[in-house]
Ligand binder design. Structure first.
Ligand code: ATP
Length: 118
């Protein structure tokens, strides 16, 4: 389902090691613009145990990369599929992808609004 504005945001939380693969896939899907943030999070990927100075501790927040990709001309569904294929290893912890409606956009340089600003 697409937003009234025709603009949608795909938010993907993926393995850092898959970022280059995903960036390449987004170019091929016609959606090269993106914002990338280093994040930590918890899904169903099991916690791991680590040691520091002889003390054992549980690591339940895993290092991930968050990709935000706002699209208007390219269907969000194509972006989701491109990211999924490029990010998948088949192992727990591969991540998750969310699609959000975006009510409007504004290009700072030109003042354009709506899909033309994306
Ligand atoms: N429901 C959620 N809300 C917010 N962030 C989530 C959610 N589910 C997963 N995440 C984020 O995605 C990252 C990867 O999730 P993860 O892959 O471990 O779990 P999963 O997708 O539930 O299942 P699986 O491990 O089987 O792939 C998490 O570390 C977290 O940052």
């Amino acid at each position: 389902m697409s937003a009234d504005s025709g603009i949608e945001m795909v938010v993907a939380i993926i393995r850092p090691a898959r970022l280059e693969n995903v960036k390449r896939a987004l170019v091929e899907a016609g959606a090269p613009s993106l914002t990338v943030t280093n994040v930590s999070g918890r899904g169903s990927q099991p916690a791991t145990k680590s040691q520091w100075r002889g003390e054992e501790y549980v690591v339940d927040l895993h290092q991930k990369v968050k990709i935000e990709c706002v699209v208007a001309d390219t269907p969000a569904e194509d972006v989701v599929e491109a990211i999924r294929e490029a990010a998948c290893t088949g192992e727990p912890g591969d991540g998750k992808i969310f699609v959000l409606p975006v009510s409007d956009a504004c290009q700072v340089r030109t003042g354009k609004r709506g899909p033309d600003a994306v």
